[in-house]
Design a protein around this ligand. Sequence first.
Ligand code: COA
Length: 260
Amino acid sequence: MPFENLLVETRERIARVTLNRPHKLNALNRATIGELGACCEQLAGDPGVGVVILTGAGEKAFVAGADINELASQTPIEGKEYGLAGQAVLNRIENLGKPVIAAVNGYALGGGCELAMACTLRIASVNARFGQPEVKLGIIPGYGGTQRLPRLVGTGRALQLLLTGEQIQADEALRIGLVNEVVAAAELLPRCEAIARLILANAPIAVRLATEAVYRGLQMPLADGLYLEATLFGLACSTEDMKEGTRAFLEKRTARFTGA
Ligand code: COA
């Protein structure tokens, strides 16, 4: 299905989704959020897609936030619904069942930073800028920023970003653990594709179970998270790919995983 505000292109099991409103720095309006949700459903159900790369059109922005034109006129009830609808889409990204790599190519502010944080990995170009400037607009983050940011960078650093609304540069985002890597702008998509290929070479069910163990485990006390890990480990032992992976190692050859 063609989208108005997204470009979607799949090659060699890597789907590249580009948020495509560069004249508005890819700000997330309702239509774009809706399309992103529909796109996630398609990608989740497409066996031809193993990894997703999410990026922004143009050279300036990944996503410069929720669309302030729409925010400006909403009622309290609309505001709550808007937050919940956006959270649902970001939750879907986090729980897609396949890794989503944010290729952060410029401003990732407000909803853009929140969107990047919902992705499995974040790779930034040197010109990326991160921030949660909502307090400058008299609001707070509504797409998970108050929850995912402290989980990623710690309470103190999260509160500094949330309360000052200041932007940080890519190297600072790397230092505090908000992004995984920083690369030259020209290297951003090639690097994300290289990481995607490393993941695609591994057993798909194992990749999925490891991701689930991390995200679910983070919501649990350690003992319960460890129990979940052991249970998912047991589940991985039931797969054909586990037999193939261990056999290939013992036979000193490359494993041929089928996702079964
Ligand atoms: N919502 C709606 N429109 C936005 C937007 C947003 N979050 N961010 C940028 N735009 C629009 C601008 O209004 C402008 O549109 P126009 O050309 O029709 O006037 C266009 O995108 C280009 O942005 P501009 O502000 O001219 O670019 P800049 O290089 O001077 O500044 C930013 C870049 C990112 C610093 C600035 O656009 C900005 O502060 N954006 C808002 C960030 C924000 O507060 N996000 C959180 C929202 S909750």
